[in-house]
Design a protein around this ligand. Structure first.
Ligand code: AMP
Ligand code: MN
Ligand code: MN
Ligand code: MN
Length: 286
């Protein structure tokens, strides 16, 4: 049996529903053999996840998903096999988290203006010990009956042009890639099909990403269609980038895809793990 790799997932340290421990147990019951925990801008779940992974014989990859602003757009860069103790990465992520708090206050002020009060405290109640983000506002707004579900609440309140959206400057692409690479990790462009860049900007982005030290893109990810698997496999080949696979699991009801359900990479892709020791494992050997 081939080993199942899932290299993008979230715990409640960021905006997932499960604790790092529960997330690892969930991955195991869904047949995942190699899991990367990639919380937004925060690595504090990795130790808990590692402890649980050890109990089950699951291979945990230390990961993170860094929020970036590139040409006024928000992009996400996943770091795999990072060293969470690397000083530049640690301080860079701390600065992003501090920025998230300022942004949250701005989001709440916007919601106040349309008569939705108490959203800052309400969102923080869902944020627990990790980062604060739009998903926590979404949960608060749904709990108030403002919208029926996550999808509807994002559309009406939390995306560009809506009352709870607050323009924010994240890390630069250069910084995010250099923190990851400097820590010994691999920088991966997350879910490229979600940025709505157009071909010209996608080519510019991939060229710049590669020149800065980026080495892979997500080809098979929970939010891509079958046509996008093919499209991004071609881009990967064009730029000699490796390909990654991940569900971007956040929890039941708020994920694009359940764990263990993704198809294999198209055959023209070089997996991001091809030179990792994990590539030599089989499902029987763990
Ligand atoms: P933030 O980093 O605080 O801007 O939050 C981004 C997160 O919100 C993403 O990682 C998703 O988990 C979630 N998200 C973003 N856009 C949507 C959407 N349109 N519908 C549902 N969830 C979304
Ligand atoms: Mn998220
Ligand atoms: Mn993302
Ligand atoms: Mn993600």
């Amino acid at each position: 049996m081939p080993l199942v790799f899932d290299l993008h997932s979230h715990s409640n340290i960021s905006d997932g529903l499960l604790s790092p421990t529960e997330l690892v147990a969930h991955a195991v019951t869904h047949g995942v053999g190699v899991l990367a925990l990639t919380d937004h801008d925060d690595t504090s779940g990795l130790q808990m996840a590692a402890n649980e992974a050890k109990r089950h014989g699951l291979h945990l990859i230390n990961g993170v998903e860094i929020s970036v602003t590139w040409k006024k757009r928000t992009l996400h860069i996943v770091g795999l096999k990072i060293d969470p103790e690397y000083p530049a990465l640690k301080s860079g992520l701390a600065a992003i988290r501090a920025g998230r708090e300022v942004r949250a206050a701005g989001m709440a002020a916007g919601l106040d203006k349309v008569g939705i009060e108490g959203s800052l405290a309400g969102a923080y109640e869902y944020a627990q010990e990790g980062i604060i983000g739009r998903m926590h506002f979404a949960r608060f707004l749904v709990s108030r009956g403002v919208s029926k579900d996550n999808k509807a609440v994002f559309k009406k309140y939390l995306v560009k042009g809506k009352p709870g959206y607050f323009e924010h400057q994240w890390a630069s692409l250069d910084d995010a890639v250099s923190w990851i690479v400097g820590s010994g990790g691999v920088a991966v462009l997350a879910h490229p099909g979600r940025y709505d860049l157009g071909r010209t900007n996608m080519l510019l982005l991939l060229e710049e990403f590669r020149a800065l030290g980026g080495r892979a893109i997500e080809v098979v990810t929970g939010s891509h269609t079958g046509a996008q698997y093919i499209e991004f496999a071609k881009y990967a080949q064009m730029f000699s980038l490796k390909s990654s696979v991940g569900t971007d699991y956040h929890g039941k009801g708020i994920s694009f895809m359940e764990m263990g359900r993704l198809p294999a990479l198209p055959t023209n892709c070089v997996p991001v793990w091809d030179d990792w020791p994990e590539a030599r494992l089989t499902a029987e050997s763990i």
